[in-house]
Design a protein around this ligand. Structure first.
Ligand code: ZN
Length: 176
């Protein structure tokens, strides 16, 4: 059993992780993303139902291989600790989150500015309209996708390692 740290949503898989993967395992990456998406959707919904999301880290078992990643709650906590991020309003509609919708889905898009490093990242997500809380899910997933890009791979690996070892006790100020 291996335990590897990944940053699934940017697909910037750690070189060491990729190097250690067989061709078959690399083909499983979309499955890992699918499973992580499902967990995050469940967590967003759980938060909306006023349950506290305690898990900061997911460990997903993919045919005997353990893949560990920061969860939605973990990403938010990391971003909270680091601070100094700002949403950039849409140049088209002026809203923080740009929403498009058709009869099938909601599409949310937002831009986050990292004021420490002066870089901007886009987060986008689409959710079928027939999902419960579809609009909120789309917005939260878009935010999560942008925020994940803000966290450098090494910090994610460090956070995952610390969360796994002793729970969420990363001292503030250690990030970024
Ligand atoms: Zn807009």
């Amino acid at each position: 059993m291996r335990n590897s740290f990944t940053h699934l949503f940017s697909l910037n898989l750690d070189q060491e992780v990729l190097g250690g993967m067989t061709q078959l395992e690399k083909q499983q990456i979309p499955e890992i993303i699918f499973q992580t998406e499902k967990r995050d959707e469940e967590q967003i919904l759980a938060e909306m139902q006023n349950q506290i999301a305690k898990e900061w880290v997911y460990t997903i078992d993919v045919r005997g291989s353990k893949v560990t990643s920061l969860s939605y709650a973990g990403v938010k906590e990391a971003v909270r600790r680091r601070g100094n991020f700002r949403f950039v309003p849409c140049t088209h509609c002026g809203k923080t989150v740009h929403i498009d919708e058709d009869e099938k889905e909601y599409r949310a898009q937002l831009t986050v500015h990292d004021e420490n490093r002066n870089v901007m990242f886009l987060g986008a997500a689409a959710v079928p309209r027939n999902f419960p809380f579809a609009w909120v899910l789309a917005v939260n997933k878009a935010e999560r996708n942008a925020m994940r890009k803000m966290l450098p791979e090494k910090q994610i690996a460090l956070l995952v390692e610390q969360f796994l070892r002793k729970g969420p006790v990363v001292p503030s100020g250690k990030l970024g």
